[in-house]
Write a protein that binds this ligand. Structure first.
Ligand SMILES: Nc1nc2c(ncn2[C@@H]2O[C@H](COP(=O)(O)O[C@H]3[C@@H](O)[C@H](n4cnc5c(=O)[nH]c(N)nc54)O[C@@H]3COP(=O)(O)O)[C@@H](O)[C@H]2O)c(=O)[nH]1
Length: 547
């Protein structure tokens, strides 16, 4: 939209002047009107510009000089901007036939301000007002530029909030947002004005620390962050506690490019989380190598199902009364063409982390049901089900489908869960467990006694079986407490009407003590190591007393 127009003839006279721009280019300073000379126009502009004339002239001169009306000169159109009396004017010069000139003015003050605001907003996180990833990168690049010029070091501290998701999930997003704002305030309060605090994701923040001379400067900040974020928050009448895991990369030692530093801080953060969270870790080059190895394992694992590299082994479980074999626990084995046998301890945690446990767990369930149906009734099969599988909406349907496809009665299937399952979304998890129980599937609690609240979980769900962790059994020979613990759990199981299985029984002595303490069942190398499906059938024939 044009705000003013001057038409100047070939002799440099204004032949047309219109539009509200004339209010800016005029008033006390003189009036631009029909008949004004170009010289007068420039004089008025000069007066309007006042102290800014030098600047306006510089903005204008190179554009205007070449375009002044000279009958034989070559005229070219052009656009430039000048600031007059707090107005930003875009001036467009256009040659018109006969050596005349049209000068169109547009007041772009509001538009430029809106553009500048949009530009600034594109660099801010709307919730906290902190710089976002874009602005962080720009500041990081500036800091790295200074590093190249003046050797002034800097550090990237990547912060991930621990236990933030449960706040969001249980108390709602407005509460989560309010908490994030408080975290942002705390982070701002603990850095220097020259540092940058940015929010780059849901619960991910970054601090760019500048002027770093020693790693100890950054270490002090990292320690402060863990402490500060971990202090209790009062949000809308709720006392909330979260934590912070921090990954740190230092420039130039850990990289002198923005991407490298952010990637290395992320690797260090991953280590901090693995090491139990609520802590900080500095990047070390081996972290990169470990992450590469993890990626290769992940790629291999993604192909393993299709390549049929997984197998199930079974470990028999014995009922002490009558020395009767009552079932087997299904344990996955991965036979990799190059890696050889990969222990579930090395791949199940990763499969859980990346969600691959859902298809792998489904394969385990279907294969275990297919194998168990070939065993004499009422032998049952116990299948480990991971916390991540409980997050899948399809778990109950998948179990029903595995039972239906194999023809195994639900009463011969048992699912083994650990405390990790009950730690998450307990209402939904309990519902799933009840639905499985309604089908006739039995539910047992694995690794009992190793978690923080094993006892309280016994109250939340009527388990059929408690599996006493093998650490208590191995303690039997070395530590008198082991005996007392097993006795207590066996007593608890008896009062609650639950079967108690002692795991990891390796010696006849352990077996006798366990029997004496009142456990009902045992499992361990003494009875049998985990064996292949074909060997289970041989085991059953070789030990007819077990059937
Ligand atoms: N979600 C799934 N988890 C699974 C599955 N298959 C296995 N696992 C879990 O991996 C962990 C390691 O399992 P594994 O290497 O198979 O070890 C099991 C037994 O071999 C071992 N065991 C059994 N008896 C003894 C013994 O006498 N001594 C001894 N040192 N070890 C013994 O214990 C493991 C069984 O543990 P548990 O499940 O707690 O009963 C393990 O946590 C598996 O759960 C799977 O398909 N899905």
């Amino acid at each position: 939209m044009r705000h003013g127009l001057l038409l100047i003839d070939e002799r440099g006279r204004v032949v047309l002047a219109s539009g509200r721009i004339l209010n800016i280019l005029g008033g006390r300073e003189g009036v631009i009107s029909q008949g004004s000379s170009l010289r007068e126009v420039l004089r008025i502009v000069r007066r309007c510009a006042g102290g800014a004339w030098g600047q306006v002239r510089a903005q204008m001169w190179s554009h205007v000089r070449a375009r002044l009306p000279r009958p034989h000169a070559e005229h070219i159109s052009g656009t430039f901007e000048m600031t007059l009396q707090q107005h930003l004017l875009e001036v467009h010069l256009q040659p018109v036939t006969g050596g005349r000139w049209a000068v169109a003015f547009e007041d772009v003050t509001a538009r430029r301000a809106a553009e500048a605001e949009a530009e600034a907003m594109a660099r801010r996180d709307p919730l906290t007002g902190l710089p976002n990833r874009l602005l962080l990168r720009e500041r990081l690049q500036e800091a790295l530029g200074r590093l190249r010029r003046s050797r002034e070091g800097c550090a990237v501290l990547l912060i991930d909030l621990d236990r933030f998701k449960p706040v969001n999930d249980t108390l709602g997003h407005p509460m989560g947002d309010a908490l994030l704002k408080k975290v942002a305030d705390r982070l701002r309060s603990t850095v220097r004005p020259t540092d940058t605090v940015a929010r780059i994701g849901g619960d991910e923040f970054v601090i760019l620390q500048t002027g770093v001379r020693e790693a100890s400067d950054t270490q002090a900040l990292a320690r402060r962050l863990v402490d500060l974020v971990g202090r209790t928050y009062m949000v809308d009448g709720h006392l909330l506690t979260i934590g912070a895991s921090v990954g740190v990369a230092l420039a130039p030692g850990d990289g002198s490019e923005a991407d490298t530093l952010l990637k290395n801080a992320d690797l260090a953060l991953y280590r901090a989380k693995l090491d139990g969270r609520a802590t900080y870790r500095f990047f070390e080059p081996e972290m990169d190598a470990r992450m590469q190895a993890r990626r290769r394992l992940e790629l291999d694992m993604r192909q393993a199902l299709a390549r049929r590299e997984f197998q199930l082994h079974y470990q028999p479980q014995l009922q002490l009364e009558g020395n009767r074999l009552v079932g087997c626990e299904a344990l996955i084995r991965w036979q990799h063409p190059v890696r050889g046998t990969v222990s579930p301890l090395d791949f199940i945690p990763l499969a859980e982390e990346i969600g691959l446990i859902v298809p792998i767990g489904e394969w385990v369930m279907r294969q275990a049901c297919r194998d168990a149906v070939t065993w004499p009734a009422p032998l049952s099969v116990a299948v480990n089900v991971s916390p991540a599988q409980f997050k899948s909406e399809r778990l109950v349907e998948m179990v029903m489908s595995a039972l239906a496809a194999s023809g195994l009665p639900a009463t011969r299937l048992e699912v083994e869960i650990t405390e990790g399952v009950l730690l998450q979304e307990s209402e939904r998890t309990l519902q799933t467990l009840h639905r499985l129980r309604e089908l006739g599937v039995r539910v047992s609690m694995d690794d009992f006694g190793t978690g923080y609240s094993s006892l309280s979980y016994l109250r939340s769900f009527p388990f059929d079986k408690i599996k006493i962790d093998r650490s208590f059994v191995s303690d039997l020979s070395s530590n008198r407490d082991g005996e007392a613990i097993i006795r207590a759990i066996a007593g608890l199981g008896k009062s609650l009407g639950m079967t108690t299985v002692a795991e990891g029984v390796e010696t006849a002595d352990q077996l006798e003590r366990i029997r004496a303490e009142g456990c009902t069942d045992v499992q361990g190398y003494l009875i049998s190591r985990p064996i292949s499906a074909a060997e289970v059938l041989k085991f059953l024939t070789a030990a007819p007393r077990n059937q």
